[in-house]
Design a protein. Structure first.
Length: 215
């Protein structure tokens, strides 16, 4: 499936998987109020989450993405359930209302919105989640060309993540983040004169166990 994927910056995660106090304990930083250090560690938490999410193709805290299909709805491809399925390339899809909207450009170039349940259904029991036309229906015809406003032929907005609180994120991912943050905290330059060796069963080893391969 040919697609583009874009985070929606206006709808960022409302929390982080780790608390600042968790990180201070891990890096053995003094548990005192230090605005500069706190800001630095907070940035490391965000950077570690983004790195782990991109490595695993998973979303930890609920966040919103746009799946953009430049060639219109799929009709012939290697598939899991149906040749016209749309697979969501980030997991896990939010259990309830994970699909915010499905829009498309009709043959006249006007943007239309499909109705959940009536026009499409979502199979989210496995990974990846799959969006399909309702039984007995097909995807509508689209104009396979962006309009003057830059809208794609098909645009699907979805919400993915384990929840809205850090405690909802599996411990494996939280531990991998701590390992990354600890490394970045101790090594603050891109290069080092010291010969470093990767620790076995460290961050990447933890993440590989749960890495999602879109296709």
């Amino acid at each position: 499936m040919n697609y583009h994927l874009k985070r929606v910056p206006a709808v960022p995660p409302v929390a982080e998987p780790l608390l600042l106090s968790d990180v201070k304990l891990h890096v053995r930083a003094p548990d005192v109020s230090d605005a500069a250090q706190d800001a630095y560690l907070t940035n490391l938490i965000k950077a570690a989450r983004r790195w782990c999410e991109d490595f695993t193709s998973r979303c930890f805290i609920e966040q919103t993405w746009d799946l953009l299909l430049p060639n219109g709805f799929p009709s012939s491809q290697p598939f899991m359930l149906s040749s016209n399925e749309i697979r969501i390339p980030r997991v896990p899809l939010k259990t309830t209302s994970g699909i915010t909207h499905v829009k498309y450009l009709d043959s006249n170039g006007a943007q239309q919105t499909l109705a959940a349940g009536t026009d499409y259904v979502v199979q989210s029991r496995g990974e990846p989640a799959i969006v399909l036309p309702t039984y007995g229906k097909s995807w509508p015809a689209t104009r396979a060309w962006a309009d003057a406003n830059g809208n794609y032929p098909v645009e699907l907005r979805f919400i993915a993540g384990y929840g809205t609180a850090g405690t909802s994120v599996p411990e494996t991912f939280r531990q991998a983040m701590l390992l990354l943050i600890g490394h970045w905290y101790e090594n603050r330059e891109e290069a080092s004169e010291v010969a470093l060796a990767q620790v076995p069963m460290a961050a990447e080893a933890l993440l590989w166990m749960e890495r999602f391969h879109p296709w």
